[in-house]
Design a protein around this ligand. Structure first.
Ligand code: AMP
Length: 542
């Protein structure tokens, strides 16, 4: 017997409809590429998203055709999120920090038909358009008066003229909720990138889950600043969850430096912010020397890379801001786990609570996870056994776009490429990317643990631990360190700092001071590149 409830497809257009009808006055504030602040409401987003949909119809774009963006976090990008997907096309957010060759490759692989871009990326578009014959129109996210006269880009339109020519009325089409809605290529440090192709259903389920109290805890009373880019896994789904909850959205545009982010947090009374550790590093680096405080910020979700304990401490102890450590990946829309305490942890001593907060957290309802040993057998949830982390769920990829890379699943589970422990309470902790794990004398050393200790030293701005070949132990850890400007620490002082904080054999053999740690397009440390940079390095005594 089937249930007798209504069946309505879960479609992204319903999110913006909801926001318009129930939170129409809710504000969207954006720092624009032009540098000024733009303000309007969810009502405006909805009206303009409908104009976008009409403009795409006017170009004769078919169902599922791809519309690409090269854009910062801002209101026009938000309109494209809803206008493109809501009208049945697929929004392809491209990471502008990728190499132009890779961007051209991605645009061709995705078969993008329209490319919308912020004017910051005009030189990038000029560099690639000749290699992207499939793109039939380029839309610059600006007023008509700002279009360059001689850009050399064919069919270049101004966004405002293009969509502004259409009425704000539009009936969103209804279709199968499993239809593709957006896509995002993985950063792929080896080989060509592969795309996760999200559906309306996966996006809406993820948006519901992301808003839950033990996840991002979003509400109509929040003012939310996603520093995490809208070109990286849909800004962790925040634009969708924001429409669902009606929270205020504050977009930083291209200005992600500590000073600009701090000003926006204060001026827009932001209660909740989300980003990768490197962004928060810049923010804290700006606040401390200037003796600044937060007046409204309560929570910040940090993910994308392991959050160093020193950062959790600084937010918590110095500024009274709760850090929520999150883990996920492009292939997971992206949220998998988030770290919040359980009721019975509340009275634990501070250092015990800290040990929990450092973990990547508990699985969100909708995500199943397991850890598996080298023999393929599932490992116990005891907080000690570590193995390859596998996930499954309705917002986890089943297959990459165009079947690239073959079937990624193993007995229905997606191998994340991360190595983790899970404790009896279900808290997962990443010890490494599987390719970054260091094996010394048959024992595994977690590079994240080694990095976290170095990061707690006041003179250290950033630290990356890699394994170096060793004739006796196979591999030994070495820590590459960027010093804080003006701060001093010697190799021996830093190695001494490890004493008592970890087992002796896990202390790195050496410290290499570097000017910068190479970062990938999403702000993650690129250890492959660091290894290349240090290819002539020799461990002391070898
Ligand atoms: P991406 O698909 O670019 O978002 O990268 C996903 C990968 O980032 C994961 O598989 C992890 O290796 C890493 N990652 C994400 N969040 C965290 C975290 N909180 N701690 C450690 N690694 C993380």
């Amino acid at each position: 017997m089937l249930g007798l409830m209504q069946s309505q497809p879960l479609l992204i257009s319903s999110l913006v409809d909801h926001a318009e009808h129930h939170h129409g006055e809710g504000q969207i504030v954006s720092r624009r590429v032009e540098g000024d602040i733009h303000r309007y409401t969810w009502k405006d987003v909805a009206a303009r998203a409908r104009q976008v949909a009409r403009a795409l119809d006017g170009m004769n774009l078919m169902f599922s055709d791809r519309v690409a963006t090269l854009a910062w976090n801002g209101y026009r990008h938000l309109e494209l999120y809803f206008g493109v997907s809501g009208s049945g096309r697929v929004l392809h957010t491209i990471n502008p920090r990728l190499h132009p060759d890779q961007i051209a490759w991605i645009a061709n692989h995705a078969e993008d038909q329209v490319l919308c871009f912020d004017m910051t990326f005009l030189p990038l578009v000029q560099a690639i358009h000749a290699r992207c014959p499939g793109i039939k129109a380029y839309v610059a996210l600006c007023e008509p008066g700002k279009l360059p006269a001689d850009s050399g880009i064919p069919n270049l339109l101004s966004y405002e003229a293009w969509m502004g020519a259409h009425p704000t009325t539009y009936d969103w089409p209804s279709f199968d909720e499993n239809s593709a809605s957006s896509m995002c290529y993985t950063s792929g440090t080896t080989g060509n990138p592969k795309a996760a192709l999200y559906s309306h259903r996966s996006t809406i389920l993820h948006a519901y889950a992301a808003a839950l109290p033990d996840v991002m805890c979003l509400s109509a009373r929040d003012s939310v600043l996603p520093v995490v880019p809208m070109f990286h896994v849909n800004a962790w789904g925040i634009p969708y969850s924001a429409a669902l909850t009606g929270c205020k959205l504050v977009f930083p545009g291209p200005a992600m430096d500590g000073k600009s982010v701090y000003e926006l947090l204060e001026e827009e009374k932001v209660t909740y912010a989300a980003g990768v550790p490197t962004v928060w590093q810049m923010l804290l680096g700006h606040m401390k020397p200037n003796n600044l405080r937060f007046s409204t910020l309560k929570r910040t979700v940090i993910g994308g890379s392991a959050c160093p304990p020193a950062m959790i401490n600084a937010f918590n102890d110095d500024y009274g801001v709760e850090v929520l450590h999150a883990w996920g990946m492009t292939e997971m829309s992206p949220l998998g786990t988030l770290c919040t305490l359980k009721n019975r942890h509340l009275n634990l001593p501070a250092d015990e609570k800290m040990k929990i907060r450092l973990k990547q957290g508990r699985a969100i309802y909708g995500v199943d996870m397991k850890i598996v040993g080298d023999d393929g057998k599932e490992l116990p949830w005891d907080g000690k056994a570590f193995g390859d982390l596998y996930v499954r769920g309705p917002w986890v990829v089943r297959e990459y776009f165009k079947g690239e890379g073959g079937d990624p699943l193993v007995n229905g589970w997606f191998p994340t490429g991360d190595v983790a422990t899970i404790d009896a309470d279900g808290y997962m902790q990443i010890t490494d990317r599987s390719k970054d794990v260091i094996k010394s004398g048959g024992e595994w050393i977690s590079s994240i643990d080694v990095e976290n200790i170095a990061m707690a030293h006041p003179a250290v701005q950033m630290a990356a631990c890699i394994g170096m070949r060793h004739p006796k132990w196979d591999e030994r850890p070495v820590i590459a360190v960027v010093k804080r400007p003006g701060a001093e620490v010697t190799r021996d002082e830093l190695l001494k700092f490890y004493e008592g904080k970890t087992a002796k054999w896990q202390v790195p053999d050496d410290v290499v001071f570097v000017d910068a740690i190479p970062l990938g397009a999403t702000g993650k440390m690129l250890k492959t590149r660091l290894r290349e940079q240090l290819k002539d390095y020799k461990l002391p005594g070898t």
